[in-house]
Structure formats: C-alpha cells, structure tokens
Design a protein around this ligand. Structure first.
Ligand code: SF4
Length: 103
C-alpha cells in the first residue's frame, strides 16, 4: 500500500523497505487503525480527507453502478453480505452520489 504524504505517519507501519501500510491492514484479519466505529453497525475513516491513494481508488461495490470484488471480500471477512445495487439510492433524484442504506 502506498501512503501519501498527508497520511499521519504514526498510523503507518513499514510494508517493505520502500513502502508503508496503514497499521492493522497487514494483520491476518485486517482492521485499519484509522477505521472508527463497529464493523456492521457504523464505521468511518477518521482520516478520510487524508487517506492514502490506494484507499481513494477503492469504492464501495455498486456506489457508482459497478461491482467491486475487493469490497465484497472485505465485507465477507466480517460476515457481511456483499452490497447490491439495491443498497444504494438517490433520495433527491438528482445525479449526486447515492447514499448507502447498508454500509
Ligand atoms: S479508508 Fe481510512 S479506514 Fe479505510 S483503510 Fe483507508 S485509511 Fe484505513
């Protein structure tokens, strides 16, 4: 995992001599140290505006109309069903990003 310059250093750990990873993401059951809340109930990234580029590249499955096996795998590791298109809706009817009903 590449970590950008804005990620708090204390939340990272060496991945190899040239790269860093978020603490907790290399564990047998990965759980990023920046993830707050309880998985399956309510969670949020506490460094969302400063999250690493690799995190910016992963979008929740179907948020923008496409599946994401990486998202599905992460959810299943915590006993959560994969997201479906029906988990997203746009209450305003506009083209703004939809809101999850099941994140
Ligand atoms: S989005 Fe935030 S909580 Fe999720 S892995 Fe990246 S830094 Fe951690």
């Amino acid at each position: 995992m590449f970590v950008g310059g804005m990620v708090p250093t204390e939340l990272t750990e060496p991945l190899d001599p040239h790269r860093l990873a978020m603490r907790g993401t290399q564990a047998p059951r990965p759980h990023c140290v920046a993830l707050q809340g309880r998985v399956g109930e309510s969670t949020a990234c506490r460094i969302y505006d400063r999250r690493p580029s690799v995190c910016r590249e992963v979008t929740p499955a179907w948020e923008f109309g496409t599946p994401n096996p990486q998202c599905d795998k992460a959810r299943m590791a915590y006993g959560l069903e994969p997201l479906t298109p029906e988990d997203w809706f746009d209450p305003s009817g506009s083209n703004t990003p939809p809101l999850s009903q099941n994140a």
